[in-house]
Ligand binder design. Structure first.
Ligand SMILES: [Zn+2]
Length: 477
C-alpha cells in the first residue's frame, strides 16, 4: 500500500501495466524467473472469469474433468506438427523419486495428447459420442520473454477437448465455442473482440484450422484472448480414437480443443485501465462497490455508522466492501480503491445522513462528472442501474477506441505506418511470404481473418495479387 504515482499510461504503457499489476496486488513475481504468483485480488477476478465461462460451458453441454500434469514424452512426438510447435517450450522431468526415469515426462504445455490417449480407451461406438469435456488447470510453456498475466512459464486456463462422429459436428463445435468466448468477453469483460480464423503460420500446432477472438488493448496492440481449434482427425489418427458407426464400420473421430487463460486478466487491465489505475467491469469485479463512511469525531461516527450498516444490508446482492479503516483518510481510501478499479464508490457523511442521501462516484468517469447523489431509500435499484450503465459505457468506450484505430491503408507504405499506432484491415493474398514481409518490416502479424466479412475482391496490400479476404495486421502481445 503506497501513494506513489503510477507512470503515465500514455507515456509508458508497458511500465504502467507492470507497476499497476503489482500495486493493485493482482500478482507478484515468483522466485523462479518468469513464473507468477496470483494474489487474492487477482485470483478473485480470475474466479469470476471462471464462473462466467463455466456457466456457459455447462449450458452448451460440457462437463469438467481433470487430467494429469505429466505426459509421456513419446505422446507429444506422435503428432509431428504438435511436437515441433511445442518442443522449444517444454519443461521435461527426467528424475523421479531419486531415480532416472525410463521415459522422460513432459509437464503439460496443453493436453491434446494425454486426453486423446484416454479418449481412445473411452470411445468405442457412435453411442459414446460426442464427448464434451473441459478441464480447469495449469500448463507450463518455457517462454523466454515473460510479462505478468500475458506470458508466464506457468499459467492457469481451461482447455476444452471434444470428440465427434462427423467433421461437420466438430467444425460446428469449434465455432460454437469461439462464439461462447466472444459472448463472454463482450458481455462480461466489456472487452470488444473480433472473431476470426488464424493464418496457417499463426495456427495452433497440430490444428487443421485455428480461430481466435482478438481484442485491441489501450496501446492499440492486439491480444489474442481465446482460441478454438478444429483438429480434424490429426489426433484421432495418432492416438487411434475410433468408433463403430451405425453401419458397424470403424471410423476415426473428429476432435476440437479450445482455451482461454489468465491472459484475459491482462486484457481487462489493458482495455479499461487509466492513469489512476484499474477500471474493472462490474460483472467481473471482485468488489463491485466500496462503501466509505466519512466522519471527523465520535458524534459524527455514531450518526454515520448505523446508516452505513443499513445500506450494506440493503446491498447484500452485490459484492460490497465497507472500508472502515481508521488509520487512513477518506481521500487516501478514494485513491486506493480507484487504483484497484472498484466500479462504484458510495460515500456516507454526516450531511448525507441528515438529508437521507448518499454520494455515488463511478470509477469510469473520474472527478466531478462521475459523482451524483441518490436517496438512501431505494438505493439497491439505483446502484443496480448504475452498475449496468458502467458496464455498458466501458464496452462502448473500448469499442469506439478500437474503431478509431482500425485503418484501411491504400498502399503498403501506408500500412507500415498505420500499424505503429493501430490495426490495418486489408486484403491479403494469404501467402506466407507477404505475411512474413509485413512482420519483418513492421513487427505486425496477421491477427485473424474475421468471420462474416462481406464477399469481396481486392488486391493484396503487400504484393498486389488478387485477394478475396481481408485480414487484420497488428503488433500483438
Ligand atoms: Zn500478397
Amino acid at each position: 500500500m503506497s501513494e506513489d504515482k503510477l507512470p503515465s499510461r500514455t507515456e509508458d504503457f508497458a511500465e504502467w501495466y507492470n507497476q499497476l499489476v503489482l500495486k493493485a496486488e493482482l500478482a507478484d513475481y515468483a522466485p523462479v524467473r518468469g513464473c507468477m504468483v496470483v494474489r487474492p485480488y487477482g485470483w478473485a477476478l480470475w474466479e469470476n472469469i471462471q464462473a462466467a465461462l463455466d456457466k456457459r460451458f455447462k449450458a452448451t453441454g460440457h462437463v469438467n474433468a481433470a487430467f494429469p500434469l505429466f505426459i509421456p514424452m513419446s505422446f507429444l512426438e506422435r503428432e509431428k506438427a504438435h511436437v515441433e510447435g511445442f518442443s522449444p517450450e517444454l519443461a521435461i522431468v527426467t528424475i523421479g523419486g531419486g531415480e532416472k526415469l525410463e521415459e522422460p515426462l513432459v509437464v503439460r504445455p496443453t493436453s491434446e495428447t494425454v486426453i486423446g490417449y484416454m479418449y481412445s480407451k473411452w470411445i468405442q461406438s457412435y453411442r459414446d459420442l460426442p464427448v464434451l469435456i473441459n478441464q480447469w488447470g495449469n500448463v507450463v510453456r518455457w517462454e523466454l520473454r515473460t510479462k505478468l498475466f500475458l506470458r508466464t512459464l506457468e499459467f492457469y486456463w481451461q482447455e476444452g477437448h471434444t470428440a465427434h462422429a462427423t467433421e461437420q459436428e466438430a467444425r460446428e463445435e469449434t465455432m460454437r465455442m469461439l462464439g461462447v468466448y466472444a459472448d463472454f468477453a463482450i458481455n462480461e469483460g466489456a472487452v470488444p473482440v473480433i472473431q476470426g480464423v488464424k493464418s496457417e503460420n499463426e495456427k495452433f500446432a497440430g490444428a487443421v484450422q485455428s480461430t481466435s477472438i482478438e481484442a485491441m488493448m489501450g496501446d492499440t496492440r492486439a491480444l489474442q484472448a481465446g482460441t478454438s481449434h478444429f483438429l480434424g482427425q490429426n489426433f484421432a489418427k495418432v492416438f487411434n480414437i475410433q468408433y463403430l458407426d451405425t453401419n458397424n464400420t470403424l471410423q476415426y473421430v473428429w476432435t476440437t480443443s479450445w482455451g482461454l487463460s489468465t491472459r484475459f486478466v491482462g486484457a481487462i487491465i489493458m482495455t479499461h485501465g487509466d492513469d489512476q489505475g484499474l477500471i474493472l467491469p462490474p460483472r467481473l469485479a471482485p468488489i463491485q462497490i466500496v462503501l466509505i463512511p466519512i466522519y471527523k469525531n465520535d458524534a459524527e461516527r455514531s450518526a454515520v455508522m448505523p446508516v452505513v450498516e443499513r445500506i450494506k444490508a440493503e446491498l447484500v446482492e452485490f459484492r460490497l466492501k465497507v472500508d472502515n479503516r481508521t488509520e487512513v483518510t477518506p481521500g487516501f481510501k478514494f485513491n486506493d480503491w480507484e487504483m484497484r478499479g472498484v466500479p462504484l464508490r458510495i460515500e456516507v457523511g454526516p450531511k448525507d445522513v441528515e438529508k437521507g442521501m448518499v454520494v455515488l462516484a463511478r470509477r469510469d468517469r473520474p472527478g466531478r462528472e462521475g459523482k451524483s447523489f441518490a436517496p438512501q431509500a431505494g438505493i439497491a435499484a439505483a446502484v443496480a442501474d448504475l452498475l449496468t450503465d458502467i458496464q455498458k459505457s466501458l464496452l462502448a468506450r473500448a469499442t469506439a477506441f478500437r474503431e478509431g484505430h482500425i485503418f484501411d491503408p491504400k498502399a503498403y507504405a501506408e500500412l507500415t505506418e498505420v500499424v505503429q499506432n493501430g490495426w490495418a484491415y486489408s486484403y491479403w493474398c494469404e501467402s506466407a511470404e507477404c505475411e512474413t514481409k509485413v512482420k519483418e518490416d513492421t513487427k505486425a502479424s496477421t491477427r485473424c481473418i474475421p468471420l462474416g466479412q462481406e464477399e469481396g475482391h481486392g488486391k493484396c496490400i503487400v504484393c498486389g495479387q488478387d485477394a478475396n479476404r481481408k485480414v487484420y495486421f497488428s503488433r500483438a502481445y
